[in-house]
Structure formats: C-alpha cells, structure tokens
Design a protein around this ligand. Structure first.
Ligand code: F6P
Length: 323
C-alpha cells in the first residue's frame, strides 16, 4: 500500500519521533511511504520525499521536522483543493501531524476524500480530548528557564514578569509556573487583574520576600492594554502601582526548539505506531489520542472546533499557592 505523511502548523519537539515510528512500521510491512514537504504545500505541489529506513535514521531525539512544515491552508481555494485531491488519489491513506488549525484542514479533506488519520501535536496542549506532542518538552524548558530567574530576581529584589507561549490557553504558563514555584500565574481562561497581582507581590514583600516571579501566558488580554505584549503591559503597570524594580522576559520560540523529552518521544513513538495500525486497517477519520501512556482512537468530528482549556478547578488549586 502507499501512504502519505506530513507535518503542518507550528513545529515542536517530537515530530520526528512520530514520523520515524510511522515510516518504520509501514516499511517493515512492505508499504511505500511518501513524506510531503512543508505541510499542505507539499500536497498541492505533489512535492514529497520517498521515505526509506535511512531517511528516518537517527532522528528520534531531534527537534523540528525532517519533512518541513508551514501554516499553508489550501481549503479556501477551489483550484488548490482540486490539486490536493488529485495528488491524494495516488495514496491509500494520509497521516497528518498537526495542531488545531491543521485538524480543520485534515477534517475538511477527510470529508472530501475519506482516508485521513490525525496525530495531535502542539506545545500549547489545547487539542480537545488528548495530550499533544511537544507540550511536555515546552513545560520542561520553561520551568528550567524560570528556575534560573529566581536567583537573579532575589539578588536584585526585582519582580520578573515572564511571558510564555499559549495563544488561546494557559497550559504552559500553569504547568511551568507550578513546577518552578512561580508566585503568580496569569492565564487567558481566568485573567486576574493587575491590581490582584500587585496585592500578591505586596503580601510577599510584607512577609520578607522582596522578589516575585509572575508567569503570564501570551494570550491574556486586558481592556486597557495598549501594547501588543501582555507581559510588558503587566510589567509597566506593576512598576507604576508598586514602585518596585521590574523586568520583563519573554520565553517564546525557544519552547518549540531542541530535543524532545523522553515523555514526548514515547508519546510520539506510540502515536506514530498506532497511526499506522489505523491506516492499514482502513480506520480513517480518527485521531490518535493519548492520556498518560495510554493511546486510543477518537473520531475527528468529536474533536474538531473544540479547544481544551484549563478548568476553573485546576486554576483555583494553583491559586492557593500564589504569593
Ligand atoms: O505552536 C503554538 C504557538 O507556539 C503559539 O503559542 C504561538 O502564538 C504561535 O504558535 C506562533 O507561531 P508562528 O509564529 O509560527 O505562527
């Protein structure tokens, strides 16, 4: 049989481990695998790499994606959609590795063509009903970097506002904030006010802790925010309210780079292997969902259009430890 595979949307650590697992399983059984370059752009242009055992050798620990990726979306152009369908018709199935945006595209083509399986990846961890490749690595990197800010914040008695990625949800901020002992965590789902943040910082000061670490997700928005960057907004406002020395640090694309953690590699490996089992058995229209070392299939139509957000209970249980 002939299968295609592509990575689409923002990259993250662990993509290569998933590609490797799928390709190796498929080749062992005597199938052909076509790796489309740069996401859906590769499908439009029929631009692919014929995958071999060598093309996936030594990549399980590498960040990025050997296939390349892009945010290119052919859905709204009839001509491009037709070209995709013509090229897909040469295949017996396609595996798409992507985030929420890519899931929309994959679902669209699944409804037209019927032979797609989806592997979830995003450092933002916001795909409904599953864990996603890349999140664990992002949380680990963010935690380690925030750890490093503690000593300099304490030495200078400063307040550090640390902005991490998370366009719509606060998963990275919450998990890295908890694990690095941040004093305040601000997320888009429940954005506490700058006045509340200032109160917590003040309370700490009265207890003799003259420094604070405030972790904020990039997706938080305030009505009086004039600057694009919410972290800068909070930092400036805190400086005014508290007259303390403040600093802003952005932990952005570095979260998407470098080597994946063992957890992400394992998840990606298991999902790649499982995706092969789904396509070879003609079980299309599913995503490879993952929950704590357990893999299972969930229908794409139950996931598409939904966002996995932080629950109020989870946020409140983190809030007990603020200050
Ligand atoms: O991968 C998700 C994400 O990292 C978001 O948190 C961020 O806003 C976005 O991607 C930025 O990605 P790009 O600049 O590649 O579009």
């Amino acid at each position: 049989m002939r299968f295609g595979i592509l990575t689409s949307g923002g990259d993250c650590p662990g993509l290569n481990a998933a590609i490797r697992a799928f390709v190796r399983r498929a080749l062992i059984d005597g199938n052909e695998v076509y790796g489309f370059k740069d996401g859906w752009l590769g499908v439009v242009n029929n631009d692919y790499i014929r995958m071999t055992r060598e093309s996936v050798s030594g990549i399980i620990f590498q960040g990025g994606t050997v296939l390349g990726t892009s945010r290119f979306n052919p859905v709204f152009d009839e001509g491009l959609t037709e070209r995709c369908l013509e090229n897909l018709d040469q295949l017996d199935g396609l595996v798409v590795i992507g985030g929420n945006g890519s899931l929309h595209i994959a679902y669209h083509f699944h409804r037209l063509w019927g032979k797609i399986v989806f592997i979830p990846k995003t450092i933002d961890n916001d795909i409904w009903g599953t864990e996603s490749i890349g999140f664990d690595t992002a949380v680990n990197v963010a935690s380690q970097l925030i750890d490093r800010l503690h000593s300099t914040a304490e030495s200078h008695k400063r307040v550090f506002v640390v902005q991490v990625m998370g366009r719509h949800t606060g998963w990275i901020a919450l998990y890295s904030g908890i694990s690095s002992g941040a004093d305040v965590i601000v997320i888009p789902e429940y954005p506490i006010t700058v006045e509340e943040i200032a109160e917590i910082v003040e309370r700490r000061k009265k207890m003799g802790r003259s420094f604070s670490i405030v972790v904020v997700a990039e997706g938080v928005r305030y009505s009086d925010q004039r600057v694009q960057n919410v972290g800068i907004h909070i930092q400036r406002r805190l400086a005014r309210i508290l007259s303390v020395e403040t600093r802003f640090v952005e932990i952005g694309y570095v979260l998407r780079g470098g080597s994946p953690t063992a957890y992400d590699r394992l998840m990606a490996h298991v999902m790649g292997n499982f995706a092969y089992e789904l396509v070879v058995n003609g079980k299309f229209g599913y995503i490879t969902a993952y929950n704590g070392y357990d893999v299972f299939s969930t229908k794409m139509d139950a996931i598409v259009g939904r966002l996995k957000t932080v629950s109020v209970e989870d946020y409140l249980s983190a809030k007990y430890f603020f200050g």
